[in-house]
Design a protein around this ligand. Sequence first.
Ligand SMILES: Nc1nc2c(ncn2[C@@H]2O[C@H](COP(=O)(O)OP(=O)(O)OP(=O)(O)O)[C@@H](O)[C@H]2O)c(=O)[nH]1
Ligand SMILES: [Mg+2]
Length: 472
Amino acid sequence: MDTHENGAFAQPGFDVVGQDLSDRHALRRVAGLSTELEDVTEVEYRQVRLERVVLAGVWTSGTVRDADRSLAELALLAETAGSLVLDGVIQRRDTPDPATYLGSGKAKELRDIVAATGADTVICDGELTPGQLRQLEEILKVKVVDRTWLILDIFAQHARSREGKAQVSLAQMQYLLPRLRGWGESLSRQAGGRAGGQTGGVGTRGPGETKIETDRRRIRTQMSKLRKELKEMEKSRTTQRAARHRAGIPAVAIAGYTNAGKSSLLNRLTGAGVLVENSLFATLDPTVRKTRTPNGREYTLADTVGFVRHLPHQLVEAFRSTLEEVKDADLIVHVVDGSDDAPEEQMAAVRIVLNDIGAGSVPELSVINKADIADPDRIATLLRREPHAVVVSATTGEGIEALLLAIEADLPHLMQEVDILIPYSRGDLISRAHSQGDVLELDHVENGTRLKARVPEALAGELLQAGAADAG
Ligand SMILES: Nc1nc2c(ncn2[C@@H]2O[C@H](COP(=O)(O)OP(=O)(O)OP(=O)(O)O)[C@@H](O)[C@H]2O)c(=O)[nH]1
Ligand SMILES: [Mg+2]
């Protein structure tokens, strides 16, 4: 479903409402953000959860282009969730307003835009506090959601497996818990019969428990149930991974920004046939495939969920078990969309998440994908920053052979234990066992040296051959 290939972001640029660009406090309208529906079927598809939205961002640092890109990405996310984007505005501020996210004056301007466009929802480009959400809603008179909720919503729509659904539910509940409405309202209603009680002290507990407290308790119970279920589901995967590890099969994980072409690459490398879609967060469930290097060495290749700037921490936590596939890998193949406007930024965002999940020290091989449509100059620039990189196109197959060789070269040289009789004529092998591995036992017997050692796979092969030659 090419829901966002409508060229809505082809012409980035700000319309300035009111004053000139240098005015730090102007509310800037981002041009060309509105969704252009291509045909009727698309309208019908979106009808399921059609929301007419206006986007709002606070631009705190970086260049105009950065701010522009951030809102354009928010628009992509909104469209992926099935919304119709009507307009987008950005306010330049040092920090978001603690009460209303946008300054209250600008919030009122936004209210007029919302009214004029007939929007029913405003999506803010950040994670808002419960108070900000509520107060902004009071001014705007329409539903306000933030970037975090939007991403959670996309994940909820795309979750297919039982595990994926449970992970998303957990993340959503964690987000909702502090944001349940009516807190103040219920409390004051309850405190009505009592003296004071504004802050809901000891006296507000017990049989007169508020609705909100009941809701919270129910959510907490639900969350711990989900956590338990997830632990169970995680077990079989952990067991499989441990078995592969014991068998000395190295694990390679494909990671990268959402829509970079990770699944396409897995398909190209292994014929896995996993879902490829021009949509954000198409893949939520990890797929692991066994495959071989050109010289025949077996390894596993895992495709997993894509990352994005400011990936909600609730999701990172809920998807922890899925992301372990990446953390425990021997090698991360970091795929980046070479045709993107700012591939360096995408890589930086991915590395932040990798560090977050404890995968920061796993060796990384960069793969610059979509070479067939990327600007060669941009690729050259990227290559200067990422010297350990391969340029490929998952679509045309260009560069795939080089990638396979690069993976082969980067696989860890696993140690293998040997217990073998080496003829005296091959003293060279014994000294290599000393220098490259751990010699556990050495015994000079009648027809050679009995060697028990842990050595790199390649050397193990040579030792076995020499031993076999002797035996035969
Ligand atoms: N032109 C071109 N398009 C590509 C290439 N690789 C992938 N694509 C397209 O990019 C889009 C995303 O591809 P996926 O493989 O689903 O990307 P992904 O990284 O798995 O995305 P998520 O799972 O959503 O995070 C699809 O429309 C692909 O057809 C490529 O080398 N060239
Ligand atoms: Mg994918």
